[in-house]
Design a binder for this molecule. Sequence first.
Ligand code: FNR
Length: 197
Amino acid sequence: MNTTPTPLLVFAGSTRARSFNRQLAAVAADLGREAGAAVTHLELADFDIPLYNADLEAQGTPRDVVRLKEICFAHPGWIVVSPEYNGSYTALLKNTIDWVSSPIKGDPNWSSGTKPFAGKVVGLLSASPGALGGLRSLSHLAPLLMNLQCWVSPKQFALSKAGEAFTPEGQLVNEPAKENVCGVVAQVLWAARRFQG
Ligand code: FNR
């Protein structure tokens, strides 16, 4: 039996200082560690990635895009925590995915745009101050990721009324909410371990 900890990538589609989705990503990362995964918890703010423009790309793919491609490729399981803007995911998330999925001309290592995504098991979470918890963003994000050959975990969780959902220390107030996040993390790790063979 393979006892190597499964690499799990966790990131949120917000860079806001007091972002609910960043807080939820931190909870998911903790739960991943408790479940025995080797967690990489990324902040997209740590990546210097401009707005996608093919002319800009023709001058050279930014170093941080290549760094993110490598990180994505190295993790068989991901948790993506998506804010909802106007019923969909954020421009930050889309821009990041667009760059990471763009092939690098002249680099045989990255000639396939889907390489960082293909075969990854992705669990989706969202958080919003609203009653639906950003659920609609996930209904847009799932087909986008499937188009890139990701396996989207059937379990998802949208945290509603996020303004009241966290303690000052960043823990989830409600146990059922924590159990739902735990369920998504566990399912991603379960499937990712099997996909690793
Ligand atoms: C929002 N927000 C929002 N919330 C929601 O539940 N459904 C929506 O469609 C929208 N639309 C929307 C559009 C725009 C342009 C903004 C700026 C915001 C509110 C949003 O969920 C809220 O600002 C969250 O706090 C954003 O996530 P973070 O940054 O807290 O992770």
